[in-house]
Write a protein that binds this ligand. Sequence first.
Ligand SMILES: Nc1ncnc2c1ncn2[C@@H]1O[C@H](COP(=O)(O)OP(=O)(O)O)[C@@H](O)[C@H]1O
Ligand SMILES: [Mg+2]
Length: 143
Amino acid sequence: MDSTLISNSPEETFHLGKRLGQKLKGGEVICLYGELGAGKTVFAKGLGKGLGVKEEITSPTFTLIQEYSSGVNSGLKLIHMDLYRLQYPEEAETIGVFDYFQEDCVCLMEWPELIADSIPAERLEITIVGSGDLPREISLKSN
Ligand SMILES: Nc1ncnc2c1ncn2[C@@H]1O[C@H](COP(=O)(O)OP(=O)(O)O)[C@@H](O)[C@H]1O
Ligand SMILES: [Mg+2]
């Protein structure tokens, strides 16, 4: 179900994330592509909401990996990664990125291109194009 949508506001991007989050069951690997300020974290916040996460999803820039439990399905976790500050690809292994590719985790990655060769082939790719107050083009592609 590949598709391209237009989002005219942060709220619309949040809502798209929320709708996707409501469909997730666990085991999904979701790659979020887009420049700084494209809206990846806005989308992640919506996705968390849709998954039933009670806490506020914040940008995991300093920790790189943030773990949340889904309020809807207690065994399910949302793993929000922001690999922007990864120094070198091998660091991903050290910080445990690959330990989260499991059935009880939804893995949402910002800046996945930094570990491009190590991402599971079966994944959902979301690309957000646009910046500032301009509308965003959001495309979804499942592999
Ligand atoms: N249509 C839109 N979708 C998402 N964010 C938007 C949109 N229009 C404006 N923005 C703004 O762009 C910024 C996106 O920030 P953020 O989600 O942190 O980006 P990223 O995580 O991709 O670096 C926010 O300040 C948000 O309010
Ligand atoms: Mg971000």
